[in-house]
Design a protein around this ligand. Sequence first.
Ligand code: ZN
Length: 254
Amino acid sequence: MACLKSIVIPAVLFLVVAVHHSGYRKPLHVLAFYSTNVEPDHVEFARQAIPFFRAMAQRDDFDFTPTTNWNDLNQEVLSHYQVVVWLDDAPALPAERRAFEQYMAHGGAWLGFHIAGYMSSRQAWPWFADFLGTVFSGNSWPPLPAKVDIDDPSNPMMRGLPASYLSPANEWYSWQPNPRSAPHIKVLMTLSSSAFPLGFKETLVPGDDIPVVWTNTSYRMVYANMGHGNKIFTSVEQNRFFENALLWLGGRLR
Ligand code: ZN
């Protein structure tokens, strides 16, 4: 009896701990798509993003899988992942796009960086234009650091961030129409008015309203315009936001 007790009690204790643990942390599997045959500054961003998110996955106890195989953007593969990340590229094939639309319509989550939000025109992919709430209209150049303002400090993704911070050198896009005016779009960060004038080509000027991070409240999605070059992960504040965003998308931050 004494011997049985010594086995049963630790086993029960282990089960209690295990159940408690799994209740606290739902499984989170993240699939990150990137490409190596795109603009070198975008490849560089993806190459830095992968170790950044890998370290985060270890710290926050989730599974992070990077891939360059965009064919994995299909219903079967996506069914194993709670969050999909596009590190500076987007699907080109109709079947991949349809699979993504279905995934998002059925509760999938998406984090898109920089050129992941690029489209030459609305006609290129009308569903995505509505999903993003806008279409790319220009890019200021060269990549420069810029102060960004937090639009909604009460949003869980802004936890631990100051009211504004200096975002490292990035190629900043402008958009038409302004995503702020789109239904269901909630802007989370905007280039600070003190950042202007910004750039020498397609210079952003005082009075411009340039949202840089937003969410479409009809979906579980976040778009971040950051993602050009090798400086993006050099800001403690911005890194905090990236971590918050992924954890929020994965249901780990409320
Ligand atoms: Zn770029």
